[in-house]
Structures are given as C-alpha cells and as structure tokens.
Design a protein. Structure first.
Lengths: 100, 455
C-alpha cells in the first residue's frame, strides 16, 4: 500500500472510532469533551518539534519556533483547563462527603 | 519501536476520549489522553534528528508557560472564549508546521500527495485561526456580537472560495512556493469573513465546527509528515467536533449552512420585534418571587446566557439550596444551545457546586413541566420562546424548546423586555402566569434569597 492509501485508511477508521466513542456523551460533559479533544488536536506538536528541529533557514526557524509555542500552549493549556473543569463536576454524593 | 509507542499514544487518546464521555471517569480520561501526549512528545524528542535544540526547548518552555498560566487564570464564565482561543492556536500550529516544512524543504522534491497535504493543512489551520480569533473577539466583547453584514457579502465569499481552490490547484501543479503564501493569506482572510456574519447565539455551532477543523488540520499535517499518531489524533478530534456541530444545529432545528451563511439575528429575519411590547406584563418584586418559590413543591430552574453574563451561578445555587432546605424539589433544565458553547451552563453550575444529577437535558426536563409548580428562568430567552412551537411565521419556528409555559407558574429574571439575540419577541413574557422580575440576574437572585429567608 502506498503511504497515501495507508494514511486514508487510518484516517477513516479513526474517524469511525471517534464517532462511535463520542456520539453518546451526555450534554453535561460537552464542554470538557470539546476542550479535551482540542488538547488532543495539539498532537500536531510532534510535527512542530520535527519541523522546528530542521532549522537551516532563518524564516524556517521563526516559523518552527512559533509552531512549537502554539502547539504547546494548546496541549498544556488544553489538558490543564479540562482537568480544572472536571474537578468541579461532582455528584451529590461527592459533594456531601466533602462537606462532612 | 517508535511506531509502536506512537500507536500507544493514539490508543491513549481513544481510551481517554471514551472516558471523557462519563461523569465518573471523565477526569481520568483526560489524564490518560494527556499521558499519551507526553509519551508522543518524548518519543519525538528522542527519535527525530533535531538540530536546533535551543529553538525547540525555548518553544516548549514559552508555550507551556503561557498555556499553564491561561488554564489556571481563566474564569469559568470566560470558558467559551478560552476554548475558541485554543481551537485557533491548534489550527495555526498545524498551518505553521506545514509552512516550516515548505520553507525548509520546498515543494520541488515532494510527492504530489505530500504537497496537497501541506496545502490542506495550511488552509484549514489558517482559517481556523482567524475564524477562532473573530469568535474570541465576539465572545470577549471586543467585537460586537451582532452579525456583520454588507451588500454582496455572499458573492465576495463565493469568489474567495473559488479563488482559493484555483490558487491551490495552481500551486500544487506548478510547485511555486509563491502560490503557497498567497493561498495561506487567502485562508486567513476567509476565516475572518466566514465568522463575522455569524451572531453570538450561534457560537455553540461555530466553536464546535472550529474544534473539528483544528483536528482536521492536524490530520492533514499527519498526511504530510506520514505520521499515524497525527492522523489518528486529528481524525478523532475532527469527528468529535463534527458530532457536537450536528447536535447543536439539530438543537436549533437549523442546517449548518443556515447557521454559517444566513446572518441569523441581524434583525432582518426577526419579524415581530416590537409588535407586542405594548402589552402589559406582570411586574414582580423580590417578595412576589419569594412567595411563588417558597410555597411551591417543585421548582425547575432554566439558566441561559444572562446567567453567565451576570456571573449569577453561585447566587442561583444559594436560592436552590434555600428551597431544598424547605423540602422543595429543585432541578435545572438545560437547553443544548443555552449559552455560548456546548455545555456552557453545565460548566458554570458545576463551578457553583451544583451536583450533576440535578441537571436535566431537554429530553429529560421537558415532560416534567406540566407537573412543575414554578419555573425560574434566569437569563434565557429564545430557548423558552413558545412561538418556536406555535407561530409558523417565527424565524425560530420548529426549534425544540423547553416548554416552560406548561408549568403552573413562570418567573422570568431578565434585565429588560428587550428581545433576545434573534430579535424575536417572546409571548412567554406576556403570559398571565408569568412574573417578570426585571434586574441583573445576580442582584435579582440575591434579593429573592433574602426575601425567601424572611418568609
């Protein structure tokens, strides 16, 4: 298989997995789901690290640096803010046990 | 070996997303996904032949610092603009990866599919960035939330879209890097022009769609650098964002095209604004509200964007606590598009320590209104507008609403009688059973709470 066909195969299968896994998420979790998913889209950081590491051209170095910065903000900020949100999602039981 | 570890990271994303779907497992799901990301980053640092360690290290430190600072500092009421900003950064990161590759390697020696992948990644990433920036500006209040429309707007957008495709094909065929930069510039402009005509209340759709795009840009970058981890991660996010986008448009009974292109809420679609405003309303005081609430057996609270604007989530919970102490059953009914992003109200109420079992979605809440004594509407408007059900000439006709007018009594907390975002008057406000309590949501609820305690 050519890399392109291989890539398309992986893409289509992953998209189906995504639809299956996510389609039944309750509305309560829509925001954390979105911000968590957004952090996962920061996987582009591995492309950014590779690209920034090439670094011969000055313009390439600037663009590569910006790619790493933006992708890292996305990853670190995205996962942290999702964790912060989810910390607040509590059931009645959790809430009462905490007050005792 | 590195490929196996990347696959492990991708599996962590899938397991993490799955766990994010349940309230009890969500937090560990997020951490599993974060761990997968850490693994992917470490493998990349170890395995790829990085020359410029200073640039890579500096980028990681600066990015982690900014990201952590923003995540810790942001207020929950500002979460929609935060998510918009992160979507935009994810998009531009993918576009920058492509741009860096173009500068360092050039198109000349690349296979056709790699060139196309770089172009697609750049276009989607760049328009996600500027589109998200506009969404951020609207949500933050820097830009007006109203749709920005001008004559010939659709023609301009169509021409730009066609021009984008033309330049893209020319660049891919000729391998000229000048075409690449023109293409990137056009994509940036299209992101701006695409989002300015969309009004504030349609932001749940826009944010979900841009979320999806940020994933697709990453997947396209994955095709360019032949990385399965990027393709899988990007496809998952693309799918997640698309599901939310579809759910949001369904919750408004509108097509995605209508949300994106109709300029909804600009006023020219609102037919009846003002026509009913001469009718009398039941003007209520805090004491009236307290009496209505205090002598009920069951109360349903319907929050909307006004609750977020007034930061009234803690005040509303205190009122609910007070009622529950008197043995009154309290639930919250949350419309899918209440607020400015999917799940906006749930996040705010979670911050105020409302247990999630008390939050009902549209399907759970709606059948309960006929048996509910009092509905307390806090800063919501269009999602409780009966004309969506009764008036075929209404622009929101057919949108699933919370039928609060079927309850025994309705209390509406609202700053003024001004029509909602869509510019549509709300017959609920003039209903005999409705009490209108005009004030800022937070102040109103605090007054009602004191009156309740004095009851």
């Amino acid at each position: 298989m050519s890399p392109l066909v291989m890539g398309i195969t992986v893409f289509v299968l992953a998209a189906f997995v995504g639809f299956e896994v996510i389609s039944k998420v309750p509305p309560t979790l829509h925001t954390p789901l979105m911000s968590g998913a957004n952090a996962i889209s920061g996987i582009t950081i591995i492309g950014a690290l590779t690209a920034a590491g090439l670094g011969a051209e000055p313009l390439g170095q600037i663009l590569g640096f910006l790619a790493v910065v933006t992708a890292t903000i996305n990853v670190v900020g995205g996962f942290l803010v999702t964790d912060r949100m989810l910390e607040m999602f509590r059931s009645r039981r959790d809430r009462e046990s905490q007050r005792k | 070996m590195t490929e196996i570890l990347y696959l492990g990271a991708a599996v962590a994303f899938i397991v993490g997303l799955r766990q994010l779907g349940g309230p009890r497992t969500a937090r560990s799901g997020n951490r599993i996904a974060a761990f997968g990301m850490l693994v992917a980053i470490v493998i990349t640092l170890v395995s790829s032949s990085i020359v410029n360690w200073e640039i890579v290290a500096a980028g990681l430190i600066v990015g982690a610092g900014i990201g952590a600072w923003a995540a810790v500092r942001v207020q929950m009421t500002s979460m929609p603009q935060m998510v918009a900003a992160f979507n935009g950064l994810g998009g531009i990161a993918s576009a920058l990866v492509a741009a860096t590759a173009v500068v360092e390697i050039g198109f000349a020696d690349l296979a056709a599919e790699t060139t196309v992948s770089l172009l697609v990644s750049t276009v989607i990433g760049a328009l996600t960035f500027t589109g998200s920036s506009i969404a951020f500006g609207k949500l933050q209040g820097i830009l007006p939330g109203r749709p920005f429309l001008y004559p010939g707007q659709k023609l301009v957008n169509v021409l730009l879209g066609m021009g984008l495709i033309g330049v893209g094909i020319w660049t891919a065929v000729s391998g000229e890097s000048s075409g690449y930069w023109v293409l990137a510039g056009m994509a940036l402009v299209i992101g701006i022009l695409g989002v300015v005509p969309i009004g504030g209340a349609d932001m749940p759709v826009v944010i979900s769609l841009l979320n999806s795009f940020s994933g697709l840009a990453a997947a396209a970058a994955g095709f360019a650098i032949e990385s399965n981890a990027l393709i899988i991660g990007g496809a998952l996010v693309g799918a997640a964002g698309m599901i939310l986008t579809i759910q949001m448009t369904e919750a408004m009974n509108r097509s995605l095209a209508n949300v994106l292109f109709a300029g909804f809420g600009s006023g020219d679609s609102g037919s009846v604004a003002g026509t009913m405003s001469d009718k009398p309303v039941n003007n209520a005081t805090a004491d009236d509200v307290a009496i209505a609430l205090g002598y009920a057996d069951s109360v349903m609270i319907v929050p909307g964007y006004g609750l977020a604007v007034a930061q009234a989530q803690h005040a509303v919970r205190k009122v609910a606590d007070q009622l529950e102490q008197s043995g009154i059953t309290v639930h919250y009914a949350i419309h899918p598009v209440a607020g400015r992003m999917p799940g906006h109200m749930n996040v705010l109420l979670a911050e105020a320590d409302v247990p999630y079992e008390q939050l009902l979605d549209l399907e759970q809440a709606d059948p309960q209104f006929p048996q509910t004594d009092v509905v307390l509407v806090v800063g919501a408007n269009d999602v409780v507008n009966p004309s969506a059900r009764d008036d075929p000439s209404s622009p929101i006709y057919g949108m699933p609403i919370l039928n609060v007018d079927r309850a025994g009594r309705v209390i509406v907390v609202k700053r003024s009688l001004s029509p909602g975002f869509a510019g549509i008057d709300n017959p609920l406000f003039y209903d005999e059973k409705t009490l209108m309590f005009f004030d800022d949501a937070k102040a109103a609820l605090e007054d009602a709470l004191s009156a309740l305690k004095a009851l």
